[in-house]
Design a protein around this ligand. Structure first.
Ligand SMILES: [Ca+2]
Length: 402
């Protein structure tokens, strides 16, 4: 059966299930309503109650510790102290988790979030100089009348309260569409903020240098625009743009080991990508893709064209990727330099890279059965995962357990 035929089956299955997809459907949304026909199996069931998940990876016996369950979609995590995580829930809440006692503390204040089907409060990023300035950065959906737009905000955390919240950026492509937002934010060593913005179901946004849609963007920590951004001096162009041709980029990570900026995005169907982001480069969407835009009328012309960058890795069938990080800890030595992608398909992808190529791939935690929203390395060298069911888990070596 060819890929088209499989795609048609997905479409028919979705119709039968009574969940007719919108005009264009991303791999993210397919996992939400339609059966997972591509892999031929529904999401795996979770483990029996009280049964530990133990698995081997890179020569180490590992186990998953489930810390908490909030019941809400946890979108992002970061750390303000070695044992204190700050995390976001898509419905707008910001919370602290003590990763030793598992105590959760609600935080007041923060951005005024517009909540829709798949949008609301997204990423959270702790300023590298947090101990001195208290800054916390967020990406979120800002309501603009009947429409909404991706925004980046900065607050200051005072105890259990976010104060002095201000928008640093509001995207110039507001829409009443309710998906394809992106969005993640990171800060580099020179205190530039890099963040992602999705195409909002307007594929041509991604190729337009006047639109913030479908881009990686770069601003200063105070919201100002650096004048060495690639389109900063161009008439009619959006000066915040750093790279173009992205679809729905939900992962962004600056690797402290290599200095490389990694981006990860949902493709149309079977074209999810990991890219190495460089200034002014065009990553191709919607002109080229390894996926089929089966729900839309804008079909990629193929997989390659001169002048358009190839992904570092692509996934076909898709994995519905969300967060991404590179492991640089010492607690699990075999994982040094591995790329981790959390996915909505109920597993974590681990890639080993060799130069510009993927040397090996494995899928972990299928037995947990969680739709995963984020993956981060903690200060303790454990790998933390967050799920749409509101679970936070931590992968640790078996021998480190008492
Ligand atoms: Ca691409």
């Amino acid at each position: 059966m060819n890929f088209r035929a499989v795609s048609l089956l997905i479409f028919l299955a979705a119709l039968i299930a009574g969940c007719e997809p919108p005009a264009e459907q991303s791999s993210e949304e397919q996992t939400a309503g339609a059966p997972d026909v591509v892999s031929g199996a529904s999401q795996p069931a979770g483990p029996a109650e009280g049964e530990a998940i133990v698995f081997d990876s890179a020569g180490t016996s590992l186990t998953l510790e489930e810390l908490v369950t909030t019941g809400n979609v946890i979108w992002a995590m970061d750390f303000i102290a070695p044992d204190t995580m700050i995390f976001t829930e898509r419905q707008g809440a910001v919370k602290l988790l003590n990763t030793t006692t598992n105590e959760i503390t609600s935080v007041d204040g923060g951005p005024d979030v517009h909540v829709s089907d798949s949008g609301g409060l997204f990423d959270v990023m702790v300023d590298p100089d947090f101990a001195n300035n208290g800054f916390i950065f967020f990406t979120y959906i800002k309501g603009l009348g009947e429409q909404s737009a991706v925004a980046v905000a900065r607050s200051r955390l005072e105890g259990k309260k976010l104060v002095d919240t201000q928008d640093l950026f509001v995207a110039n492509n507001p829409s009443d569409d309710h998906a394809h937002w992106g969005s993640r934010v990171i800060m580099d060593n020179e205190r530039y903020l890099f963040f992602t913005s999705g195409d909002r179901h307007v594929p041509d946004n991604a190729q337009s240098t006047s639109s913030h849609g479908g881009k990686v963007l770069r601003i200063r920590a105070d919201g100002g625009v650096p004048d060495d951004n690639p389109f900063a001096g161009e008439a009619g162009a959006a000066p915040e743009i750093w790279s173009i041709g992205h679809r729905n980029p939900q992962g962004l990570f600056l690797d402290p080991g290599s200095g490389v900026l990694f981006e990860q995005e949902h493709g149309p169907t079977g074209g999810d990508e990991i890219n190495r982001i460089e200034k002014a480069v065009n990553y191709g969407w919607p002109i080229i893709s390894y996926g089929d835009n089966i729900w839309g009328d804008r079909q990629p012309e193929g997989t390659e064209r001169e002048g358009l960058e190839q992904p570092l890795a692509y996934f076909k069938p898709g994995i519905a990727p969300t967060g991404i990080c590179i492991y640089r800890g010492d607690r699990i030595p075999g994982w040094q330099g591995s790329v981790f992608s959390s996915t909505l398909r109920g597993y974590v992808v681990r890639l080993e890279l060799a130069g510009d190529a993927v040397a090996s791939e494995e899928r972990l935690l299928t037995e947990w059965g969680e739709r995963l929203r984020d993956v981060v390395e903690g200060p303790d060298g454990s790998l933390y995962l967050a799920s749409e069911a509101g679970k936070i888990g931590r992968i640790v070596p078996v021998e480190s357990k008492l």
